[in-house]
Design a protein around this ligand. Sequence first.
Ligand code: DQA
Length: 148
Amino acid sequence: MKILVINGPNLNMLGTREPEIYGCETLDDINKELSDFSKTLSKDIEIDFYQSNTEGEIIDKIQNSKKYKGLIINPAAYTHTSIAIADAIKGAGITAVEVHLSNIHAREEYRKKSFISPVSMGVVAGFGKNSYKLALLGLYKHFCKNNE
Ligand code: DQA
């Protein structure tokens, strides 16, 4: 089961970026933890990680995601602005889970709007790095046969 994880703009700065909101771990730390967690679910899960600060690059990656069974995406600030990323997810027909480290509904008003939620199977927000693990668990359970 191949899963693509996409992280959007400024998430390459995790560790030093507003640690009181986003935590002290780097994106590499979070990715490594997600890889380790995937092994506890199944040895058949294979994860590719991608980060970009550029909307068009994220769209290209989604358009070329045919080999993946599922997508975990933290679109970062593009969550609140990008109809283009939403269209790419819809167009690719990939099963996506939207992820946020912080609870976007408990922050500024402009973060409450997500263009990505309507094209996602599910949304996980507010659990810090564990949001990614919960998203993977949800995707895995969705795809595996006995999904209790
Ligand atoms: C974020 C929330 C967004 O509003 C913000 O622009 C980010 C990170 C999160 O993971 O909490 O860059 O997606």
